[in-house]
Design a protein around this ligand. Structure first.
Ligand SMILES: *[C@@H]1O[C@H](CO)[C@@H](O)[C@H](O)[C@H]1NC(C)=O
Length: 515
């Protein structure tokens, strides 16, 4: 069933825009889903096989005709390429490369070809190529996502050109250092303390869940001023967590009862809540901007045109997707690595006790205090290196891309993998060792291989806020508490699935005591 489902997804992807086929597939996938009418199942699987192999051979033949060499590697077996290997050999503990990639790295080097989900794909673990591609967004490559993901994330995911630029600039101006100093310095600390304090009274803390709670309540507070205790906050968070499941849906077919259907419904519920918030806000005339929503409502383009309600709602929806799980992954990973590296915690304690010593007991930190957190920044860098938030971004070649003696043919997909660069011995010594000090004496130029927030036009506009939040988290954590890591329920640590965001499957359990 699962394989048939996978086949269908692939077929759907290849048929993007093909209405008749789409209708047919919906019928057959429905039958697949209800496990009835085996003959229909068989027909749909056969069709999937046919489409897949024709696309496979089409690309295979095309790739052989090229004068220059396409990257080394194998397109796998006809039909599914290497999709199954990719899915099964791609799970690994945090901070180590998955077997699917490390074996190919050994065999073919940093750039190789494969065939995934019905498309010939190049996976790049090459810093130089990654940078070339990211700095030539919309010339050489274009953001590329399967249509089922586009449907969940909304139109902003793939928006490009002037429109993308406007959103990107707006988000950047809302989260640059000056804005953080003005609007986030105090609230982040208040939120952080209110999340951390109850940890003392919990027999066991799921740090991952708590970090999610912090990130989510904080993000909706700063975007649309929803209070943590507002029932809408909780409702929104539940629906956003559902979206996360959708991104790794194995069978994204929108029919009653399927997971994908539930995910799309969650998206609708979120949009409805945000719409009503935006409409309500329109009725109030604010003199001062108190949150992000006020700011976008006031915003005009050069011709004096304001954003429509729908644009604003999609924008906010998208910012929460971009900021929620990602920030909480960083905080969770900080917790994980600190739990394993007592000497790092000691060094952090020195730095933060020093900062605390110049303050009254519960006094809130000032901007200058944040600037004193030098070692803390190294810890955050090292955490981002070992455990990237987004391992890769997916692009499509807009033209034949020539790189060194290779060519990536037009239309192929390219996965730009940052994590593998971060874990490469050619960029840092002992890459599998957690060592914040390594950043201390490395020169600026040799640090440029770290790209945890992607790069180019589509780099993450919230990167500074994330690092700021992590610094504050570390401050209150090491100055007030000590903690110990506990085993997961099934005795396994750090199981993450690489198909979706690298969140820990079971959570991260700790026991906390006052310092
Ligand atoms: C990129 O690398 C990371 C590990 O370093 C891996 O978990 C992830 O699946 C990779 N993604 C792709 C598409 O290559």
């Amino acid at each position: 069933m699962r394989i048939a489902g996978l086949g269908l997804v692939v077929v759907k992807e290849r048929m993007e825009g093909g209405g008749d086929w789409g209708a047919w597939l919906i019928v057959s996938s429905f039958l697949l889903d209800t496990k009835q009418h085996l003959s229909f199942c068989a027909v749909s699987v056969l069709l999937a096989i046919f489409l897949l192999s024709s696309s496979y051979y089409y690309h295979y033949v095309k790739s052989c005709r090229h004068n220059r060499r396409v990257p080394p590697g194998s397109l796998g077996v006809p039909l599914i390429g290497e999709t199954l290997q990719f899915a099964f050999y791609n799970t690994c503990p945090i901070g180590s490369p998955p077997p699917f990639l490390s074996s190919r790295l050994r065999k073919y080097g940093t750039i190789f070809k494969t065939h995934l989900m019905g498309y010939p794909t190049v996976i790049s673990m090459d810093l130089e190529l990654n940078k070339l591609l990211l700095s030539n967004e919309e010339k050489l490559v274009q953001a590329n996502f399967p249509s089922f993901i586009k449907k969940i994330a909304g139109p902003l995911l793939t928006v490009h050109g002037a429109c993308h630029k406007r959103f990107q600039e707006l988000a950047t101006s809302a989260f640059n250092p000056a804005a953080i100093q003005a609007h986030h310095l105090i609230p982040v600390q208040e939120f952080m303390c209110s999340i951390l304090h109850p940890w003392l009274h919990m027999p066991i803390v799921d740090a991952q869940h708590e970090c999610r709670k912090f990130t989510f309540t904080y993000i909706v507070k700063s975007l649309v001023s929803l209070a943590p205790e507002d029932p809408k906050t909780e409702l929104l968070m539940r629906n956003y967590l559902l979206l996360g499941i959708g991104f790794s849906a194995i069978m994204p077919v929108d029919l009653p009862g399927t997971t994908y259907n539930k995910v799309l419904k969650a998206r609708k519920r979120i949009i409805t809540i945000f719409s009503s918030l935006v409409q309500a806000r329109r009725k109030i005339v604010e003199v001062e901007c108190k949150d992000f929503l006020d700011m976008v409502i006031k915003e005009k383009d050069e011709c004096g045109k304001h954003f429509s309600d729908q644009e604003i709602v999609e924008f906010i929806f998208f910012l929460v997707i971009g900021g929620f799980e990602t920030t909480s992954i960083l905080l969770t990973n900080v917790m994980k690595f600190l739990s394993e590296n007592a000497h790092v915690v000691n060094e952090l304690r020195k730095e933060h006790t020093f900062i605390r010593n110049n303050k009254k007991a519960n006094e809130i930190l000032a901007w200058d205090d944040f600037k004193k957190m030098q070692f803390t920044q190294l810890v955050i860098k090292e955490t981002l290196r070992m455990a990237s938030i987004a391992h890769y971004v997916s692009r499509k070649a807009l033209q034949d891309i020539v790189f060194k003696d290779m060519v990536i043919p037009k239309g192929w997909k390219i996965m730009i993998n940052f994590s593998m660069v971060h874990l490469s011995p050619s960029h840092c010594k002992n890459p599998l060792k957690y060592d914040p000090w390594r950043w201390k004496d490395t020169e600026r130029s040799s640090q440029a291989f770290l790209m945890p927030f992607s790069g180019g036009k589509r780099s993450c506009p919230g990167s500074f806020l994330v690092k700021f939040q992590a610094s504050i988290f570390i401050h209150y954590l090491v100055t007030r508490y000590k903690w110990e890591r506990k085993m997961d329920v099934d005795g396994q640590l750090d199981v993450v699935s690489s198909l979706s965001l690298p969140t820990m499957r079971n959570g991260l359990f700790i026991k906390v005591e006052p310092l």
